[in-house]
Design a binder for this molecule. Structure first.
Ligand SMILES: NC(=O)c1ccc[n+]([C@@H]2O[C@H](COP(=O)([O-])OP(=O)(O)OC[C@H]3O[C@@H](n4cnc5c(N)ncnc54)[C@H](OP(=O)(O)O)[C@@H]3O)[C@@H](O)[C@H]2O)c1
Length: 357
């Protein structure tokens, strides 16, 4: 399946993807989440109703320990959950934080804002566009040339339920950005991550932001076939990219057990992530207006990834998937499939290699 089709004749064009039926088709995809919520109400409760959840571990930003000497890289980070995570971590004295993000103006403004709050925070902007393998390589090379250690790699950047388009290498945009881009970045940073595991008091972690929306993915084939992936709606494609994040963390933990790797669903959080879905889908607009009151604040939402980054290592299961905050979840049956994780790692590796990386 390697090399399957970035631009095959079956791949939908951007124009085909935005028909008048699209909002209805997207609405239909939610039946899967509703179905799963009925079957596992306690998981649905902790995944979606974060402000009122009863399964939270006791964790607040004040519990973040001293991060002296640590080097942290967060993808995205110029807004939303990544920004909030960098703000919180920077208050605990890490040696350096890299804000690896796409829009430079947003990144420099975000860094200036955080440094107003934490004047001693050492934060650099690292240009990174996850839709371009060349940009990912340049970011990794720059990072590796500037830092000999990487203690926390937070794969946070993401897009959600956007219409079909393609990355520079021709991958469907959501799987390409949320998974393939992060896979390549991690691959190129692995030597530094592994070197860091050998340092005294090492505690190296990879925290990958996923979503309970991985449940939109119901069969395994679209993971391996771009043609099948592009037959799914926008939410289905998002679901596959987020299932990919869970499988990636699981397999990274298996292959590199010295690195604590986990995936985190942050809850339903009030960020810019919903902007494109509101633009493209009237039902989403109405749903978010009506359901806005259950969305967590960004401060609440970032707690899950912060907990994953700093909670005592022995409290975390390597390779597991967590819902807010610190609640281990089995996720969908596909998310729990170790053999699928292994196979999908192999597929991703081949796809990336087929592009010369
Ligand atoms: N918010 C929620 O309710 C929710 C729920 C479940 C999971 N999540 C996950 O949480 C993560 C963070 O989401 P968020 O809510 O904080 O979203 P957000 O506010 O929209 O932030 C997304 C970040 O990703 C960056 N990004 C997007 N495309 C990129 C690319 N090609 N290259 C580099 N950076 C890129 C954006 O930078 P630019 O602005 O420069 O593009 C931005 O910094 C995502 O992985 C998302 O799937 C969020």
């Amino acid at each position: 399946m390697a090399g399957q089709v970035p631009h095959s004749s079956n791949a939908l064009s951007d124009q085909q993807a935005t028909t008048t039926w699209q909002p209805f088709l997207e609405l239909l995809e939610f039946r899967y989440l509703i179905f799963d919520s009925i079957l596992t109400p306690s998981e649905a409760f902790s995944s979606y109703i974060l402000p009122f959840t009863t399964t939270m571990v006791n964790f607040a930003v004040s519990d973040i320990p001293d991060l002296k000497d640590k080097v942290i890289l967060v993808t995205g980070g110029n807004t939303g959950l990544g920004y909030e995570a960098i703000k919180a971590l920077s208050a605990h004295g890490p040696a350096h934080i890299y804000m690896a993000s796409r829009t430079e103006s947003k990144a420099t403004a975000a860094i200036a804002d955080i440094q107003k709050i934490n004047p001693s925070a050492q934060i650099s902007y690292l240009p990174l566009d996850l839709t371009s393998f060349a940009s990912i390589k340049a970011a990794a090379e720059r990072f590796n040339s500037e830092s000999h250690r990487l203690d926390i790699l937070m794969l946070n950047a993401g897009i959600m339920a956007v219409p079909i388009s393609h990355t520079k290498e021709g991958f469907e945009i959501q799987l390409g950005t949320n998974h393939l881009g992060h896979f390549l970045l991690t691959k190129l940073l692995l030597p530094t991550l592994q070197a860091t595991t050998k340092l005294p008091n090492a505690d190296v972690r990879m925290v990958c932001l996923t979503s309970d929306g991985h449940r939109f993915a119901r069969t395994r084939d679209p993971l391996f076939s771009q043609t099948k992936l592009e037959q799914c709606g926008a939410w289905g494609r998002y679901g596959y990219s987020k299932l990919a994040n869970i499988l990636f963390a699981k397999e990274l933990a298996k292959r590199y057990p010295d690195i604590l790797s986990l995936s985190v669903h942050p809850g339903i959080v009030n960020t810019d992530l919903y902007q494109s879905t509101q633009k493209n889908n009237i039902f989403m607009k109405i749903g978010l207006m009506v359901g806005g009151w259950v969305r967590a604040t960004v401060e609440q939402g970032a707690l899950g990834q912060l907990w994953a980054s700093v909670a005592p290592r022995e409290k975390i299961v390597n390779g597991a998937f967590y819902t807010p905050v610190g609640s281990k979840s089995s996720g969908s049956w596909l998310a729990g499939d170790g053999k699928l994780a292994e196979e999908f790692w192999g597929w991703t590796e081949k796809e990336v290699e087929s592009k010369g990386y």
